[in-house]
Design a binder for this molecule. Structure first.
Ligand SMILES: C[S@@+](CC[C@H](N)C(=O)[O-])C[C@H]1O[C@@H](n2cnc3c(N)ncnc32)[C@H](O)[C@@H]1O
Length: 332
């Protein structure tokens, strides 16, 4: 997540640069262009090229400005990162791929997007290239489906009570952002003093509306395929659900060390990555002070050790429950 008012802060920028080392040149993919913070830094090194994606059409304007200065070294596509395969990059020499997940400060401030519980009016939450909005979800899905979305995508402990109140209220009137916040405030028994009472439900809706679970899984798989041998795949996450998926994906495809030399090495179908650090890299106190939202950022990265394009993964099986919940959106 980044803030751009009054200043734009690409999260963990120095750490990303020291991991992907654009000083040596090469082609990089920025899967979440946003305001172009990472892209601009990479392009500031000679002999680099950046292919950038963002699902939000607003990013196109920022990209056009960069394109004016780096015409032959920069390409932007208004696409979701799950669509990375469409770019036909199989034979490109890709040295590094980065994901900086979530949304930017300018997006949360955009009242049309309605990402914040402080927004007024229509429930929306679409980042771009979506199939349905939060309004469709809240006003149409069945109670048991809403409850699962709040519980699994938002880790909201009072999902059942909140859902009950929503379903009761929507029979009387269409629910918009203000009324949803009001309903949550009224139905929660345990008031939260650290975060806004509506934070978890809003997070859950954003994840659901933007298909963030399947986007991330498909994005990671597509990125792994096109990455060169010895290339780096780096991901910055902002909530535990994202981090769990990235952590599992990296770990399950990395070499496992046996705990003791007497225990045989665990059978593994595919060892694709070298995982340099088990623990995520987090922002320094200095960065957190300058950009408070960076406090929840976690950076994980791996190096691809094989020349494989296709590979097997059980990541869909592992996160089956979340993907089944995401499928509720198909009927909207
Ligand atoms: C935190 S911002 C990235 C900021 C960027 N690193 C910078 O320095 O300016 C996240 C961006 O990812 C984009 N995004 C989120 N999910 C996406 C997806 N599935 N495919 C493509 N872009 C996505 C959002 O629209 C947003 O612009």
């Amino acid at each position: 997540m980044v803030s751009d008012a009054p200043k734009h802060y690409p999260v963990l920028l120095n750490e990303i640069i020291s991991i992907i080392t654009p000083q040596h040149g090469g082609t990089f993919i920025d899967c979440t262009f946003g305001q172009g913070g990472y892209t601009k830094k990479i392009l500031s090194f000679k002999n680099t090229k950046v292919i950038a994606l963002d699902r939000d059409i607003e990013s196109q304007k920022k990209a056009d400005k960069i394109f004016n200065n780096f015409e032959d070294r920069f390409l932007f596509k208004n696409k979701k990162f799950s669509q990375l395969n469409d770019l036909k990059l199989k034979n490109e020499d890709i040295r590094g791929i980065i994901f900086d997940l979530g949304y930017s400060y300018s997006q949360i401030k955009d009242s049309q997007k309605g990402l914040s519980f402080n927004s007024k009016g229509n429930l929306n939450m679409q980042l771009g290239l979506n199939e349905f909005s939060a309004k469709d979800v809240i006003n149409n899905l069945e109670a048991k489906e809403l409850e699962k979305i709040f519980k699994f995508f938002g880790e909201e402990q009072e999902a059942k009570r909140i859902t009950y109140s929503i379903v009761k209220e929507r029979k009387k009137r269409e629910i918009n952002t203000e009324t949803l916040v009001e309903i949550i405030e009224k139905s929660k028994r345990k008031k939260n003093f650290k975060i806004h009472n509506a934070t978890k439900v809003f997070q859950a809706l954003r994840i659901f509306v933007n298909n963030e679970v399947s986007e991330l899984i498909n994005g990671l798989i597509a990125a792994t395929k096109v990455l060169n041998k010895d290339g780096v795949l780096a991901v910055v996450t902002f909530h535990s659900l994202e981090d769990k998926i990235v952590k599992y994906f990296f770990k399950s495809l990395s070499e496992k060390k046996s705990v003791s030399r007497y225990v045989p090495k665990i059978e593994q179908p595919e060892i694709l990555f070298s995982l340099k650090k088990k623990k995520p890299i987090t922002p320094s106190q200095k960065e957190i002070k300058e950009n408070i939202p960076s406090r929840s950022a976690k950076l994980r990265y791996v190096i691809k050790k094989k020349d494989f394009y296709d590979f097997d993964t059980d990541v869909f099986k592992k996160f089956k429950i979340l993907l089944e919940i995401e499928n509720f959106g198909k009927k909207l």
